[in-house]
Ligand binder design. Structure first.
Ligand SMILES: [Zn+2]
Length: 334
């Protein structure tokens, strides 16, 4: 009765109450690799995310792909060309900034299962929710729920780039693997569990290809047909364009976000994706260019034209990148 009282009062004063929830903003960044150059920068007191700190802070929820274990144990797995492991001290630049980190990628198992489990524990201790991985298969496929203004958003994440040995099993830790039937079942289950929006993050596609593969296009459509409101990808180290399908956005690859070691100009420019969502799904979206310096840190590019779109439109368009918002400093620090 207590909860009904304001509704009844509203009804008496103005007729039936129609609650139009405020839109919610989500920001997605691509691959975050905090070993090598970025790791050294953090160890020296630097912050590779500094230039985008205000953009992350400005969103209701910021989400990224954590492309490395964060651990002190383990050995690099055999027969893998690139293996990463970030020092636990890097959590300082993630803490408080991300509402969700995907661990469904081809590097989170680089130092073995124990280092992966250590990573999960450290993320939990740092208050950094993760998804797309867990201590067993069921955990790895469980959505991360974000809730605001009455909206319930379910995030899922999958990897489909080898090695498959990183996959979780019935009772062993690992990541969620991108199998069409499982992805579709998870999306439907999230809808059934009351999600207003379901957004899968995919770690897929061929590295350094500027266009999505037919596989990516087909799976993206399958996910939207199953109930996804947007499909967001990463892994190829470059951006791969965007599409609309049934009025919903597909951003095939956000490219790199924090990552060093790339010579090619295309691999030095990622996208940050901003979604405005409400009960109806994605209302509008825009990408923001992230120019990555030699040390692996991204920087905004105001005035650059990158893809954007509005719900229901047949195709994306281009929008000019805005100036980043000013960083809100807590009053006590001013
Ligand atoms: Zn990757």
């Amino acid at each position: 009765m207590k909860r009904l009282a304001p509704l009844l009062l509203g009804w008496i004063l103005s007729g039936p109450v129609i609650t139009q929830a405020e839109p919610v903003s989500l920001v997605f960044v691509g691959d975050i690799m905090l070993d090598d150059g970025p790791g050294k920068l953090v160890a020296g007191g630097g912050d590779p995310l500094e230039s985008f700190a205000a953009t992350l802070q400005d969103a209701d929820f910021a989400i990224g792909n954590l492309e490395c274990p964060v651990a002190s144990i383990g050995e690099p797995i055999a027969n893998k060309i690139f293996t990463f492991r970030a020092d636990p001290s890097v959590l300082r630049v993630l803490r408080g900034r991300f509402a969700g980190l995907s661990v469904a990628n081809n590097h989170s198992g680089d130092y073995g299962k124990d280092a992966f489990v250590e990573t999960l524990g450290r993320l939990e201790a740092a208050g950094l929710p993760y998804f797309g991985g867990g201590r067993n298969l069921a955990e790895a496929h469980k959505p991360l729920w974000l809730e605001k203004n009455g909206l319930r958003i379910a995030l899922l994440a999958y990897n489909e780039f080898k090695p498959r040995s990183f996959e979780a099993g019935a009772d062993w830790p690992g990541i969620a693997w991108s199998e069409d039937m499982d992805v579709v079942a998870d999306i439907r289950a999230a809808r059934g569990a009351g999600a207003d929006l379901v957004i899968p993050l995919m770690h897929w596609g061929w590295e350094h290809e500027r266009q999505p593969s037919e596989r990516q296009r087909q799976l993206a459509r399958l996910m939207i047909d199953a109930g996804a409101d947007a499909v967001i990808g990463s892994h190829p180290h470059v951006t791969q364009g965007a599409d609309h399908y049934r009025g919903r956005p597909i951003v095939y690859s956000l490219g790199n976000f924090v990552f060093d070691g790339f010579e090619s100009p295309a691999a030095r420019q990622g996208w940050v994706l901003r979604l405005t969502v409400d009960k109806t799904g994605v209302v509008a979206w825009e990408t923001l260019a992230a120019q990555i310096d030699a040390g692996g840190s991204p920087h905004p590019v105001p005035g650059m034209a990158t893809p954007c779109g509005w719900a229901g439109e047949a195709e994306p368009r281009d929008c000019l990148n805005p100036e980043p918002p000013p960083l809100a400093v807590p009053v006590a620090d001013q």
